[in-house]
Ligand binder design. Sequence first.
Ligand SMILES: Cc1cc2nc3c(=O)[nH]c(=O)nc-3n(C[C@H](O)[C@H](O)[C@H](O)COP(=O)(O)O)c2cc1C
Length: 365
Amino acid sequence: MDDNECLPDVASNGGAVPLPDAGPASPGRLTAEETARYVVTAAVWAPSVHNTQPWRFTAVRQQISLHADAARQLRVADPDGREMLISCGAALFTARLALRSLGFVPETDVLPDPGQPLLVARVSWPRRAASTEFEQALFGQVRQRRTHRGGFDPVPLPPGLLAALRESAARYGAMLRIVADDGRRAALAAAVEEAERTQRLDGERTRELARWAPAPGSPRTDGVPPDSYPARAEHTDPDFPGRDFAHGHGWGLPPLSTARWPRSAGVAALLTTARDRPADWINAGQALQRILLTAATSGAATALNTQPLEFGRLRESIRTGLSDGAYPQMVLRFGAVIQAAASVRRPPDDVLSTGGSEDDSTGEG
Ligand SMILES: Cc1cc2nc3c(=O)[nH]c(=O)nc-3n(C[C@H](O)[C@H](O)[C@H](O)COP(=O)(O)O)c2cc1C
């Protein structure tokens, strides 16, 4: 598949921000191995469920293979690996965008080997074409973008942004459905609330979440750190409660805003796919990262509330009641807010092996 991202421009406030420790973005001077390192240095900044970073990369000559790391799958919340593959899809999009930032045209083969279901994609870079301003703007947000957890300021989204986000989803065969009607918004919020309540009463689920929610000062480079969520839940109208990462410890950021609560819930949306196969999950992940980066280029923040999609009954009721029978993959909210959240990632050396045979250590089976 030839997948030059050359895209129509949308409103953008971002220039290309070089990735720290990625080295100079000058393709002429990079060896294939240096290119792979540059690409992986960017790709690790993709979003992933609970920041599990469920991926590994192998690079051989001008080809990178992206593998799902099943040891990092959420066995309780995500037994089918759906969220794991959405996360890998987001990393795949970021890897391709990094190649575009170098002026390469990536060629991507998604799930290239039916015998290796954890081999998410192979990406090579046989040709060159200058990157567009929009691609550079998206790339400039790879490290800056943060998941927002809470409410939004009562400010409208920039004109044209929702159309650009819908277009991002469509590029990967997915659909971004804005849940605008008050009744439907309330129904979606109620599903998030019910999932959150059920999750908090379920010992196995709360223990799994706690494993990915390290304490303040932890040296861990994965999981959701306390400086990425508010210490006091920010209520919205309707209320979309966040995940309980602090699990009773009172961890989290002090309130930034003195605005009166409840704050705006923002523009609620569902990212859906017509089918529900692993390839659809990977494409939903590619769409997700393009959506998040596109919003970020316009100065908009995105909150994710995927809790109800981890309960079969709630996911099914959202599918039939709110998304015309299409499969919901993500629950998103867009809005304006000043963000102070931080995040962490494993260093590229922890996830990239170079020089060996491409698929020799998939850890499958
Ligand atoms: C499939 C998927 C599901 C997610 N679900 C939620 C969620 O329900 N609540 C939330 O606060 N963040 C959610 N996130 C965001 C991750 O927690 C976040 O990407 C990760 O902690 C890294 O932080 P960053 O996005 O700020 O870099 C989800 C991300 C993915 C890819």
